[in-house]
Design a binder for this molecule. Sequence first.
Ligand SMILES: Nc1nc2c(c(=O)[nH]1)N[C@H]1C(S)=C(S)[C@@H](COP(=O)(O)OP(=O)(O)OC[C@H]3O[C@@H](n4cnc5c(=O)[nH]c(N)nc54)[C@H](O)[C@@H]3O)O[C@H]1N2
Ligand SMILES: Nc1nc2c(c(=O)[nH]1)N[C@H]1C(S)=C(S)[C@@H](COP(=O)(O)OP(=O)(O)OC[C@H]3O[C@@H](n4cnc5c(=O)[nH]c(N)nc54)[C@H](O)[C@@H]3O)O[C@H]1N2
Ligand SMILES: [Mo]
Length: 695
Amino acid sequence: MHVSSFPPIATGSFEVLGACPHDCPDTCSLLTSVRDGVAIKVHGNPEHTHTAGVLCTKVSRYTERSYHPERILTPLKRTGPKGSGQFEAVCWDAALSDIATRLKGIAARNPQAILPYSYAGTMGLVQGDGMAARFFHKLGASLLDRTICSSAGATALEYTLGAKLGMKMEFFAESDLILIWGSNAIASNLHFWRHVQSAKRAGAKIICIDPRRTETAEKCHQHIALRPGTDAALALAMMFELIRNDWLDPDYIAQHTVGWEALRERALQWSPQRAAEVCGITAAEIEGLAREYGEACKAGKSVAIRLNYGMQRTRGGGNAVRAVACLPALTGAWKSRAGGLLLSNSGAFPTNKAALQRPDLLGARQPRTLNMSAIGGALLQTTSPEFGPAVEALIVYNSNPVSVAPDSGRVVQGFAREELFTVVLEHFQTDTADYADYILPATTQLEHWDIHTTYGHTDVVLNRPAIAPVGQARSNTAIFRELAARLGFTEPCFADDDLTLVRQAFGEKVDFDELLKQGFATMTLADAPFAQGGFPTPSGKCEFFCQRLVDLGQDGLPDYLPNYETAKAGDIYPLAMISPPARNFLNSTFVNVKSLRDIEGEPLLEMHADDAEQRGVVSGDLVRIFNDRGSYRCSVRVNQRARPGVVNGLGVWWRKLGLDGSNVNELTSERLTDMGRAATFYDCAVQVERYTPAV
Ligand SMILES: Nc1nc2c(c(=O)[nH]1)N[C@H]1C(S)=C(S)[C@@H](COP(=O)(O)OP(=O)(O)OC[C@H]3O[C@@H](n4cnc5c(=O)[nH]c(N)nc54)[C@H](O)[C@@H]3O)O[C@H]1N2
Ligand SMILES: Nc1nc2c(c(=O)[nH]1)N[C@H]1C(S)=C(S)[C@@H](COP(=O)(O)OP(=O)(O)OC[C@H]3O[C@@H](n4cnc5c(=O)[nH]c(N)nc54)[C@H](O)[C@@H]3O)O[C@H]1N2
Ligand SMILES: [Mo]
């Protein structure tokens, strides 16, 4: 039985329906078993088709995280130097009053000197940017460009298909051929993998395209281990082969696409031999891949591509996504519901962001926008006419930038500025919280209301609180409501409670009674969204050629853009480093949960035997990875997961739980992608040497 109540019931045993809050395409429907006010266990909801009663290892430990002995239980005020992690407990009233006074003083001079910093600690629309956005809009604070994860690919998809839309995840079970491209589904999209297994059992062929031989790659029929950042070259060479072998769908191209002649000309410059050089694979691999793809499409089979965000974290990430997203239109793969492509379906949700976030509270003001992927640089800027005022106050929630943002040497330097006033809303004393002037204890998903869209399946999922807040924790919304009151914001929207916010997220567009009853509501979306064309672009077609890009001074056609940092033998930094997710962490979340950290062991670099031999290192050795930005010490594992010339530094450890107080982002750069102004985490050249401790 699912009990709905707030505040949560303190006696008896029952199950509460919720939503997994994490940044993951799966957005599971959760059931929390509660006994006498204590959450005993979270399970996957068996009645939710996409969750199918199964949770990943991480989230099945959610109660361990919520009741963690190091959970922050009271507001904390800094007593030592920034970064030292020394704090004393203070009462809520003192903390909020002091914060309000500080913000008021800065806002009176220039509110743009205040910067909110948040990302996807929770994907909830309410604890994410419900009340917080209202608060910062009313204040007139700087806006944050949320680019740290997906904006290159998302922008590319919008330019090509018109929206973040694609195949439904469940139809991959019916596909005859699946390309898993830049995704480690077993680690980061587990519920999708189920559908791949069904397809495989029914005879489908599965091919993985990924520089790393991931747990997913090794379970596919074929793995193409290209160099990072070379996907556009591969896709263009596939087009070359599709053209040469007449595996195209001329009717679909004629009716539903724009720019075919120009794309054809571009693709014909990309022979498999040329692309093979760039990608570091053989021409035969490319020809074989194109043949599998082209012949299956030509034979009317269902041919699907699962893209994930792994392939858009390099300089040319946007162009790469555009190149791949052209393939299903060239072959007419969209005509089957089990064919086409899926990067994200987040465009399917009729979220009323304006009602939640109230940008109208800005009035006529147009604050500047600062890019979260270059936060180190932004914090180190002084006041200037181009930049505007130096950042004087930083309010961080749902994010751990000192761990996850690139070039952490600069990020740390920025956070360490003595005169910067920093408030961090957190569950734990993260690397970021160590630099706060105030840490405010936030509730976890078990303790607050929220409502979720997803970027995998197409259901809205509701989260009810299962237990009362732990310690003195308050929800993000409650904290921003309190601050709004103290700053004298009197608009009625600052009094909206969480359930009101939950309802505002979709208004009448979602049946709220259905949500309350079953915990989720399914969006209506065509099964084969582009079978008859109908792309939501300005032309109504799939835009191989995109005039909007030309208007921005960019190439209108997808092209291969080499990485900023192309590592070659003989260079000072001859290895390309990627830093994909560790399976048992969720970005930097869960790194402090001991049972999960024990599975990961220690910070790890995977290296190919050839590269290891040249450096005289063997598995288990400590190594120093370095480039001009910094250095990071970790343990090396010499294995087949790494291809020659590429090392895999699995992410994203807390700096203070690593071996030398740093993590992999010590090495990554603040440079941005071609589209979407996104981070280029996987465009990073390094050198590796055996670490010998000084005696
Ligand atoms: N367990 C776990 N699950 C997660 C996360 C996590 O940290 N841990 N993160 C979540 C988040 S924030 C996101 S955004 C999503 C998606 O998260 P993603 O970061 O897209 O994660 P993956 O699906 O692992 O895909 C990354 C894959 O891309 C590969 N890759 C790296 N560079 C390239 C390249 O240039 N080309 C190609 N073809 N492949 C490349 C990597 O080796 C890796 O296997 O997953 C979410 N799920
Ligand atoms: N090198 C490298 N760096 C990466 C990546 C990579 O692949 N390689 N991946 C990048 C990607 S894809 C992403 S999305 C970013 C993710 O970056 P972030 O969104 O910063 O993600 P997390 O590291 O999970 O940190 C989220 C924090 O929010 C807190 N939190 C969770 N729920 C709540 C809440 O309700 N209230 C408050 N106040 N806090 C809450 C958690 O305790 C946690 O510390 O990292 C990026 N960084
Ligand atoms: Mo992400």
